[in-house]
Design a binder for this molecule. Structure first.
Ligand code: GLY
Length: 377
């Protein structure tokens, strides 16, 4: 059996690695460099619990199941790649800097409790005891101990290594121009003017997924770019001033083992405009400074932007389509890093056993099937 994967972000690489470990012949095609798109731009949070919003409850179990897979996924990845991926278990603290924030945070706490999520209310004294460089005027906070994080960039490098080691073929700077489909069945893909025959093609090209030619209109995934701008500030790695993931009212802070403090991120509906803007940098720095006043003299290391693949309902699009052999693994929006293990597990199970696992059944493309009905009539 031969599988072609379009896109070498965390999703494509994880699926490729899992399939290769099953002895399947896999080739991944990446238009740029593996792992350097949304995966590189993300902050690496595994925030199944604190990032959930009202209206997203249908997604919660998938997020938690994937979070529960992360420790073993990480362990195996480290073993295979020999790369430490910076898995950190300090947990996440959400903070309120004024009484308005505190009232919002208390409503969020009530909502989380109602949907069965275990978070703890922390007093300002307690928070300042564990994170003494946070703003001393903060009012209160919530602690979500299970919301861990990884170094997303190291995960990308490790997955690339593990995929290749397991026998997978990675073609970088090889843009897939077209998916070739005959009689509603996949034949293969065309990349760099060459045809490659496959039994299955997995579409995991993130925000670019709907742009691949050859996919009939009724099967094009409803995915759009949701721009995020972020930056990092360099702390002393041997004496970092922030240790937990911190969610403030206007930004989040994610400390990495190499001393970078990632400050993110904007959420913008501006298509593929990748400009770094004054207002984004200003608001991220202001939000960070309000949370950690002593950050002012620290050097800024990097500023970047990326594109989350947002689906119509913000949930991923996973599994088979009306085209035999064409599989979706896209639309992961704000949760690509978190959902990589369960996506890889579910798609691999489907390809290997031919049965769609129950946990991804409700996330197939068919949930948006209005155009399919138009097509059929
Ligand atoms: N999950 C963080 C973000 O999308 O900015």
């Amino acid at each position: 059996m031969k599988v072609g994967i379009i896109g070498a972000g965390i999703i494509g690489l994880s699926i490729g690695w899992y399939l290769s470990k099953e002895g399947i012949d896999v080739t991944i095609f990446e238009k740029n460099e593996a792992g350097k798109g949304a995966t590189w731009a993300s902050a690496g949070m595994l925030a199944a619990r604190s990032e959930i919003e009202p209206g997203e409850e249908y997604l919660l179990q998938l997020l938690i199941d994937s979070k529960n897979l992360w420790p073993s996924f990480a362990e195996e990845l480290i073993q295979e790649s020999k790369i430490d991926i910076g898995y950190r278990k300090e947990g996440t603290i959400l903070i309120a800097l004024d009484y308005d924030d505190a009232s919002k945070l208390k409503s969020h706490y009530n909502y989380l409790k109602k949907i069965g999520i275990d978070v703890e209310i922390l007093s300002s004294e307690k928070i300042l005891e564990i994170e003494p460089f946070l703003n001393p005027n903060l009012i209160m906070g919530l602690y979500s101990k299970e919301d861990h994080q990884v170094d997303n960039r190291l995960v990308a490098l490790a997955l690339k290594e593990a995929f290749i080691k397991s026998g997978g073929i990675l073609k970088e700077r090889a843009e897939v121009k077209k998916v070739v489909i005959t009689n509603d069945e996949i034949e293969g893909i065309i990349a760099k003017d060459e045809f490659y025959k496959f039994d299955f093609v997995v579409l995991s090209a993130g925000a670019w997924s709907p742009l691949i030619e050859g996919i009939p209109k009724h099967v094009i995934p409803p995915v759009r770019p949701v721009k995020g701008q972020a930056l990092s500030i360099q702390m002393d790695p041997s004496n970092p001033i922030i240790k937990h993931v911190i969610w403030g009212p206007e930004a989040y802070l994610v400390p990495k083992n190499d001393g970078r403090l990632v400050v993110g991120a904007t959420v913008e509906e501006v298509g593929f405009d990748n400009n770094i803007t004054v207002s984004a940098v200003y608001s991220l720095l202001k939000a960070c400074w309000e949370m950690v006043p002593s950050i002012s003299e620290f050097p800024i290391k990097e500023i970047w932007s990326g594109f989350r693949p947002g689906s119509r309902d913000d949930a991923p699009i996973l599994g088979p389509t009306r085209i035999k052999g064409l599989i979706m693994a896209t639309g992961h929006h704000r949760n690509g890093i978190l959902l990589a293990p369960i996506t890889a597990k579910g798609i691999t199970e489907f390809i290997v056993k031919g049965v769609l696992p129950s946990y991804i059944k409700r996330f197939t493309l068919d949930r948006f099937n209005t155009s399919w009905n138009e097509y059929k009539s």
